[in-house]
Design a protein around this ligand. Sequence first.
Ligand code: SF4
Length: 699
Amino acid sequence: SEADRLVEDLVPTHCCFCGVQCGMNLKVHNNKVIGVEARNYPHNRGSLCPKGVVAYQQVDHPDRLRYPLMRKRGKGSPLERVSWDEALDYIVKRWQQIQQQYGRDAVSIYSGSSMTNEKCYVMGKFARVGLRTRHVDYNGRLCMSSSAVAYSRAFGVDRAPLPLPDVELAKCIMVFGSNVAECFPVAMQWIWRARDRGASLIVVDPRETPLARSADIWLPVKPGTDIAVTNAMLRQIIKDGMVDEAYVQARTNGWEEVKASVETCTPEWAEQLSGIPAERIVAAARLYGRADPSLIMHARGIEHSSHGVDTCLSLVNMALARGQLGKPGGGSMMITGQGNGQGGREMGQKANQLPGYRHIDVPEERQYIADFWGIPEEELPWEGAAATEMVHLMAAGEIKSCMVVCSNLMVSLPDNHVVQQALTNLDPLIVVDFFMSETAELADVVLPGTVWCEDEGTTTNLEGRVIKINKAADPPGEARHDWKIAVELAKRLGRGKFFLYTSAYDIFEEIRQASKGGMSDYYGITWQKIEDQQGVFWPCPSLDHPGTPRLFAERFGHKDGKAKMFVIPYQPAVEEPGPEFPFRLTTGRVVYHYLSGNQTRRLGFLNAQAPEPWVEIHPQAAERLGIANEEVVRVTSPRGSIELKALVVPTIRPDTLFVPYHWGHRAAINQITSPAVEPNVKIPEYKACAARVDKLSAP
Ligand code: SF4
């Protein structure tokens, strides 16, 4: 093509739009990214999905933020272009005033996980060492935090235990709560390859997704009732003598209690709760229980729940009972959603964590990082508020200022009205992003950051594979790398000596040292090794270590080397349907959009395919309510209403509604989703709340 004749350089890097992080080459001409081609990397094998092929179009997009903006004449005045010095001086002056008057914790950082590891690391350190606040958290809290905690508890390690190519070795794949074909399209090839080799497929999902349509058994579960299904399946596995007793005795703790706890979880009991016919639950348990190796894959469908951690643990119970963890092609596998969702949660920008996945409340782990950073241990802040709690502290006036980095709270957090109030209370709200977002629209200061094509650094994909991101173009206008913004702020706060970086490479070298000996140990990973090996899996504790693609072959991460099983009783979702709100409302992604849609809604082809949200409703329910396909209807929950086009489809349970969540303002479904959170990790219950749907003409 004409474009190909212009290509001067091919820059190898990875797609930014989901946790698979497919390998790609960016085509560069005259410091502009003009195209893309797939790169043959072990986990994507030369494939890209629709998002991947247009991701580069963000780089030169006319909507890019190019200059710092500020409301110079106070709240309510328009955002105006200012110099970097003016913006940064103003921010620091306000932060110093606020911290003097209200204490250090009156300022917070709300970070993102679609950034490189280097940016994530600097944001966590900047909060704790630069600003010296305890309030730092990130948007991964809304994503995979349930499975992260579940795997830490069960295995002592928070990482998918096996690489994607292992999926094709499984003889049975059971997918709980993941629309893999739309959310991780390229990962589908591993499921198809397993199918080609004769693997069976079970899908548990309230919607007959593209994946569910091709399954041997589809279990159309009522949103929020998965634990009833998992416990009944485990009971059936026990009853049919399919437990790997030797494995359970040798490699796990807690089995007898778990076994006793599911005794009463009959398939008929599970049918009552989940709506799935008892015989289908039995058939699924047998199909799964007889296969070896067998793999359970799971994602947000079960994790966005007030019982998200428990649901993940109940899946782990099943995989352990079958003796699958540690086998090639066997076990359980969380499918991390956000681009750098895995790395972002290891770098120390999470409220309760320090780099290397160290815990902020464990004395020797605090001491290691305090010594490494060169500060007294007593000066290292303790655990702060989780992302979902931070907003309430803003609304209550306890947090007076927040810097939001590459996150769009106004679309992604539940109960938008509270979020808007919270953000409006801040003075100043600072947003670092590369496009104007619904959150940035409320900001007092907007600072232009970089997109991934302009970045150098690393990310860690959903497998735990650390990969290299390479720079293909300069940032536009005066846009700056996000980590450089934090460094400039630290200098103005008089803390510059802790941030003496001249490049992302310097930061990566610090990450290696900071993570040394931690759970996610990067010490033995170098940029050269990443190139040579096509990624390196952590833990990689020494320079001569090859990395660890498969975990748990002999030991789990706990001190005694055993996995822990947990008794998981069934509990309903916080909000159950009733006469006024008879449906269960669930939310999710579509193939054309990423997270809050702030990036993909700007990319023509993607936006043309899905320009606005809709509500999926079953034909039986639609007929009962007199709703026609494509008619605009009102969807209402106890928190308010939203008007959406109805999509009448037979692929959803008749008692369930589905709305995709990638839009803002009046089209944001999170205006009405439940503010309930999981009590331990504070992940919102996006996947189950009570709702009704009415014709617009209804009173
Ligand atoms: Fe990008 Fe994910 Fe698509 Fe791969 S599957 S091209 S990483 S969005």
